[in-house]
Design a binder for this molecule. Structure first.
Ligand code: XUL
Ligand code: CO
Length: 440
């Protein structure tokens, strides 16, 4: 077998004292916390599109990336080489999962039939390689946003033929995800949104989006696909207004159309921040609705207003994200997918490893801190006490539906001025810092 990343061996855990950039300092995959290994808690995944497709181009210049497959020019030969490279990469990093869009793994041909044949060829190669590997598919998805035919959207296109084409594409992508034993299937609304209401029938587009998702649910049943369906919210980019704006919007949408039993959410850090939410907020919205399915782990830049998809190295945010995940009971079938790309200046092949290692170390450390925070009930105890007035007396009567405005007026007239306590935000933030610094 051809080795692509020569000179880089299996990445080892060397502990916090290590100065080796190609070693883990905090992520020890076999370390057991709460009866489960870190590897099983964190369920890391590599995103095929950023790591094996993207080359670092931006609106001001071409890609800068140097990759071990650069000499291969034939598109299908290249696609097969990337399958080999991706397994070598995941195995060396000890990442248990990968994720792809249909068009990442096989280039589009002139017709849909030919494109599907190409997919079959690459899927066979992936399946063969998977047989001798522990690396699995976390999720598959469809790229129904890059091709110009999707300029006005896919399932929300004003053109019925485009809706049909997108359906055909998702049908095939679901089939290959099933074939590769994918644990989830993601719908990210690429161009499902609008630029201006002057040319948009928003009601019809939302109805069609729901119709489309309903068809996917039916087809999954038909073919026996048991993976979890996920919707990935994003407020803007590429369209000015994306229909899957944020977690709350998606929960409301799914409930409106009676689809909530069939979907969970894939929460992405940089999408939450684009919606002016914290990562923790959108995870919490998913959690309280019983819909936290998976995570796209990355980070934005608070000085920039777009989806920068940086590798997640912010320990504070990672800790709070892991805290929400632990409160939700873990990731289930989901995982932590690095929907992240190296900066344009990080052009060397070893940067691909270094960036993932930094992200994995950040989440491993964040997880350990979060685990300790919940084990010590640091915040839950405070929150429980803060809401103590709901456990008896008038609070319990309100929650039991025993009283209305009339009774509450009578109560307040008698009770006088309510007694309130400090929220102690700064104290709690100080304790959070203490845990981040001191947790072993
Ligand atoms: C785009 C994005 C996508 C989805 C999969 O912002 O996050 O890559 O994760 O389509
Ligand atoms: Co994403």
């Amino acid at each position: 077998m051809n080795e692509f990343f020569k000179g880089i061996g299996k990445i080892q855990y060397e502990g916090p004292a290590s100065d080796n950039p190609l070693a883990f300092r905090y992520y020890n995959p076999v370390e057991v916390i709460g009866g489960k290994t870190l590897k099983d808690h964190l369920r890391f995944a590599v995103a095929y599109w950023h790591t094996f497709q993207a080359r670092g181009s931006d609106p001001f210049g071409p890609g800068t990336a140097r990759r071990p497959w650069d000499t291969i020019t034939d598109p299908m030969e290249l696609a097969i080489a990337k399958v080999e490279a991706s397994f070598e990469f995941c195995e060396k990093l000890d990442v248990p999962f990968f994720c792809f869009h249909d068009r990442d793994i096989a280039p589009e041909a002139n017709t849909l039939a030919e494109t599907n044949q190409r997919l079959d060829t690459v899927v066979s190669a992936i399946k063969a390689r998977m047989a001798g590997s522990n690396v699995k598919l976390l999720w598959g998805t469809t790229n129904a946003f890059s091709n110009p035919r999707f300029m006005h959207g896919a399932s929300t296109s004003p053109h019925a033929d485009v809706f049909a084409y997108a359906a055909a594409q998702v049908k095939k992508a679901m089939e290959i995800t099933k074939e590769l034993d994918g644990q989830n299937y993601v719908f990210w609304g690429g161009r499902e949104g609008y630029e201006t209401l002057l040319n948009t029938d928003m009601k019809r587009e939302l109805d069609n989006l729901a119709r489309f998702l309903g068809m996917a649910v039916s087809y999954a049943k038909e073919i026996g696909f048991e993976g979890q369906f996920l919707i990935e919210p994003k407020p803007k980019e590429p369209t000015k207004h994306q229909y899957d704006f944020d977690a709350a919007t998606v929960v409301g949408f799914l409930k409106t159309y009676g689809l909530d039993k069939h979907f969970k959410l894939n929460i992405e850090a940089n999408h939450a921040s684009l919606a002016q939410h914290t990562f923790q907020h959108d995870l919490a919205v998913a959690r309280i609705n019983g819909m936290l399915g998976s995570i796209d782990a990355n980070q934005g830049d608070s000085n920039l207003g777009w989806d920068t998809d940086q590798f997640p190295t912010n320990l504070y945010d990672a800790t709070l994200a892991m805290y929400e995940t632990i409160l939700a009971g873990g990731l289930g079938k989901g995982g932590l997918n690095f929907d992240a790309k190296v900066r344009r200046g990080s052009f060397q092949p070893d940067d691909m490893f270094i960036s993932h290692i930094a992200g994995m170390d950040t989440f491993a450390r964040g997880f350990k801190v979060a685990w300790q925070l919940q084990a010590d009930k640091v915040f839950t105890k405070f929150v429980d006490e803060r809401y103590a007035s709901w456990y008896s007396g008038i609070g319990a009567d309100i929650e039991a539906g025993k009283v209305g405005f009339r009774e509450l007026e009578a109560y307040s007239l008698k009770n006088g001025e309510p007694s309130i306590r400090s929220g102690r935000q700064e104290m709690l933030e100080g304790i959070l810092n203490q845990y981040i610094i001191e947790t072993k």
